[in-house]
Write a protein that binds this ligand. Structure first.
Ligand code: ATP
Ligand code: MG
Length: 368
C-alpha cells in the first residue's frame, strides 16, 4: 500500500498544497511550526476519519476558511484509488468520496489507506494512564475492524447517556428505572469490544515479545496481559458468556455507581499490563526499557496490520527518531526497510540520504 500524492486546501496551515511521494522513505523536513505534523495528520485523517490531535473537525479547518478539502491518490489492493474528504466550518456534515463516488459514512473509505502512527507521546504510553493504552487499541482496531468502530461509537454514546443519568437521577428519580436497559445494551456492545480487544492483544503480545527479544539481544522477555471487567474470567470466551459476566459486575456495582454518580463498570476502564521478566514495566521499568518496549509495540502493530490486510500499512513517524538514541534509531530504521514511511524531523542532513526530502515552510512545499 502506498500514498502517491496528497492535495490539501484549507487544512490546518495548508492553504493549497500539492505533494507527490515515493514508495519508500519520505522525509518531511522543516523548522518548528511549519506544518510537518499537520501533513501527517491529513494522511491520518484520510485513513481513520479523524485527526490525531483533536476529535474536533473544526480545528482541522484553516482559521477563517469555510471548508477543508483533502484528497489522496493511493495504491491499495492492487489498484489506484482516490480518497477525498471535505469538511465544513458551518454545521454541515462532511463529504466523503472514494474514487469520486460519495460515501454515506467513513466505513466506505475504511481499509483503503491504513496507517500506523508513531509519535513521541507513544514512547510514554506504557508509563502513563490507561486511556493512552486504550487509545492505542482503539486506533488499531477501528482501522482493522469496521464492526469495532461501530461498536465503539455506540458504546460511547450509551456511556455518555448513562453517565448523565447517574449525575441527574437525584433531581429526577424516575431516571433510575432506565438504568437496567442501558446496562443491558452496554453489556451487549461491551462484550463485543472486549472480544475484539482480547483477540488483538493476543496477537500484539506475541509480536511485541518477538521485537523486544530481538532488540534486547534475547536478554529480556516481555508479556502483555489484558485487564478488563473483573468478573470476566476469560476475555476470549464466547460473547454471551462475557455479556453475563459484565451484567454480574454491573449488578454488584449498582449501589457504588449511584453513590458516586459515575459509571464504574465496563470496558471504558480497560487497560493492559506490560510485564518485563515477571515485573511490571509501569512500576519498575527503566526509561530505556520503557522506550524499547514502546518501539516493539509499534513495530508489532505494523506487523499485525500487514498480516491482517495482506498489505504493508503506511508508517507515520512524527518526530520520533530524533527522540531516540543512535542504537534505537538503527533498530527502528533496520526494521522498516519495507513499505512506505513518512518521517518528520527538523534537521536536514541527518537522514536526508534515506529517501525523498519534502521541505515544508509555512504550509508550503519548498524546492529542496
Ligand atoms: P514541530 O517541529 O514543532 O513539531 P510542525 O512543523 O510539526 O512543528 P505543525 O504542528 O504541523 O508544526 O503546525 C503547527 C502550525 O500550524 C502552528 O503554527 C499552528 O498555529 C498552525 N495551525 C494549526 N491548526 C491550524 C488551523 N486550523 N488553521 C491554521 N493554522 C493552524
Ligand atoms: Mg510536529
Amino acid at each position: 500500500m502506498r500514498l502517491n500524492s496528497l492535495s490539501l486546501r484549507g487544512f490546518r496551515n495548508y492553504r493549497d498544497l500539492q505533494a507527490d511521494f515515493v514508495p519508500g522513505v519520505n522525509l518531511i523536513l522543516g523548522d518548528n511550526a511549519q506544518g510537518k505534523t499537520n501533513l501527517l495528520e491529513a494522511i491520518f485523517y484520510l485513513s481513520t476519519g479523524h485527526g490525531f490531535r483533536t476529535r474536533k473537525e473544526q480545528e482541522l479547518i484553516q482559521f477563517g476558511a469555510d471548508f477543508a478539502d483533502l484528497e489522496a491518490r493511493v495504491f491499495s489492493q492492487e489498484r489506484d484509488k482516490t480518497l477525498r474528504a471535505v469538511l465544513f466550518s458551518v454545521r454541515r456534515p462532511r463529504q466523503l468520496y472514494l474514487g469520486g463516488v460519495k460515501q454515506k459514512t467513513f466505513s466506505g473509505l475504511q481499509g483503503v489507506l491504513t496507517t500506523v502512527l508513531f509519535c513521541p507521546e507513544d514512547l510514554l504510553v506504557l508509563k502513563t494512564g490507561a486511556s493512552a493504552r486504550r487509545k492505542l487499541l482503539d486506533n488499531a482496531l477501528c482501522q482493522l475492524r469496521p464492526g469495532y468502530d461501530r461498536a465503539l461509537t455506540e458504546y460511547n454514546r450509551l456511556l455518555d447517556h448513562k453517565s448523565r443519568i447517574l449525575k441527574d437521577f437525584r433531581e429526577q428519580p424516575g431516571l433510575v428505572d432506565t438504568l437496567p436497559d442501558f446496562n443491558l445494551r452496554m453489556a451487549q456492545v461491551g462484550s463485543l469490544l472486549i472480544g475484539y480487544r482480547a483477540n488483538y492483544l493476543q496477537k500484539l503480545d506475541r509480536c511485541t515479545a518477538y521485537y523486544h527479544r530481538e532488540f534486547s539481544g534475547g536478554r529480556e522477555s516481555l508479556q502483555l496481559s489484558y485487564k478488563t471487567v473483573s468478573t470476566i474470567s476469560n476475555p476470549l470466551a464466547p460473547r454471551q458468556v462475557l455479556e453475563q459476566q459484565i451484567l454480574a459486575h454491573q449488578e454488584a456495582h449498582l449501589r457504588a455507581e449511584l453513590e458516586s454518580g459515575q459509571c464504574l463498570t465496563g470496558p471504558h476502564k480497560d487497560d493492559f499490563d506490560v510485564v518485563l521478566d515477571e515485573v511490571s514495566l509501569k512500576a519498575f521499568g527503566s526509561q530505556g526499557q520503557t522506550r524499547t518496549a514502546a518501539i516493539s509495540l509499534k513495530l508489532a502493530e505494523r506487523e499485525i496490520f500487514r498480516d491482517d490486510t495482506g498489505e504493508e500499512p503506511v508508517l507515520l513517524l512524527d518526530d520520533v527518531l530524533s527522540e531516540l538514541d543512535a542504537r534505537r534509531q538503527d533498530f527502528v530504521l533496520n526494521q522498516i526497510k519495507t513499505g512506505q514511511v513518512f518521517i518528520t524531523c527538523c534537521e536536514k542532513d541527518r537522514w536526508s540520504e534515506l529517501g525523498k526530502v519534502t521541505m515544508i515552510e509555512g504550509g508550503r512545499v519548498m524546492d529542496s
